[in-house]
Design a protein around this ligand. Structure first.
Ligand code: C2E
Ligand code: MG
Ligand code: MG
Ligand code: MG
Length: 285
C-alpha cells in the first residue's frame, strides 16, 4: 500500500515498513495478554555497598517469557508498552509484585535492603500514579522507605511543574526517588536542587569507559562529589571488572551494581544469593 504526500513526492511504505507495522500490531496484542497469562516476570539485580560489600538494595528488571518467541528483553517491549499505554497496567503489576517480594524477604531475612523499581515517563505522568504507589504499599504491607522509584531525566522535559509536585507527593509518602542513567539526559542540573531526590545512578556508559585519565573518570568523580554535597547516594551502574570497582571506590561512589557482582537473576537464584549475602541491620539511605 502507498501513501502520497503533496507535489511530486510520493512516499511508498516499503515492504519492510509494512512488516514492521504488522509485527508491532501483533506484538501489542500478545503484550496485552501477557500480564494475565503470567508471561511477565521480574529479574532481580543486587546493589552493593561499595565499601563493605554488603547488600543494600536490588533492582527489579522486567522480563517477558513468550511461549513461542522466547525471552524478550525490556528494551524491546517497554517502548511499545509506553506507546500503547499498556505501561500503566504493566507498571502497576511490577510495583505490586516488587513490594510483595521485598516484604516477604524482609520478613524472612535478618537484615534490610531496598527494592528499586523503574518507572517510565508516561507512567509517572499518569494521574493515578501516586495512587498506584500507595496501593502497592498497602497491598504488600511494605513500609514506604524500602521502595525506591527510578526515574530518568526525561521526566523533567515533560511538565516540570507537575513533575515537581508529583515527586514531592511521593517523597511525602516516604518513598525514595532515584535518577536513573544520570548524565545522559538533556535536562539542566538546576532541577537537582528543587527535587526531593535520594539517589543518583551514574549511567553505565561512564563507568565502562573509565580508564586512567579519561574524561569519564573526571565525570564519575564529579558526580560522586556532587552527590555527597547534595546528600544523595551515588550508585555506579554496569560495573563489570574488578578494576572498575576499585576505581569507583577511590572516586567515592557509595553503591555498585553490575555483572561483576551478579547479573539480574530469577527469584530462585536471588533466594540462594540472599542466603550467602551479608545484610545491613538497618537501612540508611
Ligand atoms: P536500567 O533501569 O538502566 O537497567 C539497567 C540495565 O543494565 C538492565 O538491562 C541490566 O540488565 C543492565 N545491566 C546491569 N548490569 C550490567 C553490566 O554490568 N553490564 C551491562 N552491559 N549491562 C548491565 P535490562 O534488564 O535489559 O533493562 C533495560 C532497561 O529497560 C532498563 O534500564 C529500564 O530502563 C527498562 N526497564 C526494565 N524493567 C522495567 C520496568 O519494570 N519498567 C520500566 N518502565 N522500564 C523497565
Ligand atoms: Mg533502572
Ligand atoms: Mg540505568
Ligand atoms: Mg537504562
Amino acid at each position: 500500500w502507498a501513501k502520497s504526500k503533496g507535489g511530486n513526492n510520493t512516499v511508498y511504505f516499503s515492504r519492510d515498513m509494512e512488516e514492521e507495522i504488522t509485527r508491532k500490531v501483533e506484538m501489542e496484542a500478545h503484550l496485552r495478554r501477557a500480564v494475565e497469562k503470567r508471561e511477565l516476570f521480574i529479574a532481580f539485580q543486587p546493589i552493593l555497598h561499595i565499601q563493605g560489600q554488603s547488600l543494600i538494595g536490588c533492582e527489579s528488571l522486567l522480563r517477558w517469557q513468550h511461549p513461542t518467541w522466547g525471552l524478550i528483553p525490556p528494551g524491546e517491549f517497554i517502548p511499545l508498552a509506553e506507546e500503547t499505554g499498556l505501561i500503566h497496567d504493566i507498571g502497576k503489576w511490577v510495583l505490586v509484585e516488587s513490594c510483595i517480594q521485598l516484604k516477604e524477604w524482609l520478613d524472612q531475612e535478618a537484615g534490610e535492603f531496598y527494592i528499586s523499581v523503574n518507572v517510565s515517563a508516561r507512567q509517572f505522568q499518569h494521574p493515578t500514579f501516586l495512587n498506584d504507589v500507595e496501593e502497592a504499599l498497602a497491598i504488600s504491607g511494605l513500609p514506604a522507605e524500602y521502595l525506591c522509584l527510578e526515574l530518568t531525566e526525561t521526566i523533567m522535559l515533560h511538565d516540570a511543574a507537575h513533575t515537581i509536585e508529583a515527586m514531592k507527593s511521593l517523597a511525602g509518602l516516604g518513598v525514595k526517588l532515584a535518577i536513573d542513567d544520570f548524565g545522559t539526559g538533556y535536562s539542566s542540573l538546576s532541577y537537582l536542587k528543587h527535587l526531593p531526590l535520594h539517589i543518583l545512578k551514574i549511567d553505565r556508559s561512564f563507568v565502562q569507559n573509565m580508564s586512567d585519565h579519561t574524561p569519564d573518570v573526571a565525570i564519575v568523580q564529579s558526580i560522586s562529589t556532587m552527590g555527597k554535597g547534595l546528600k544523595m547516594k551515588v550508585v555506579a551502574e554496569g560495573v563489570e571488572t574488578p578494576g572498575q570497582l576499585e576505581l569507583l571506590k577511590e572516586l567515592g561512589c557509595d553503591f555498585a551494581q553490575g555483572f561483576l557482582i551478579e547479573r539480574p537473576m530469577s527469584l530462585e537464584k536471588m533466594n540462594i544469593f540472599l542466603k550467602k549475602m551479608h545484610l545491613v541491620t538497618s537501612l540508611e539511605i
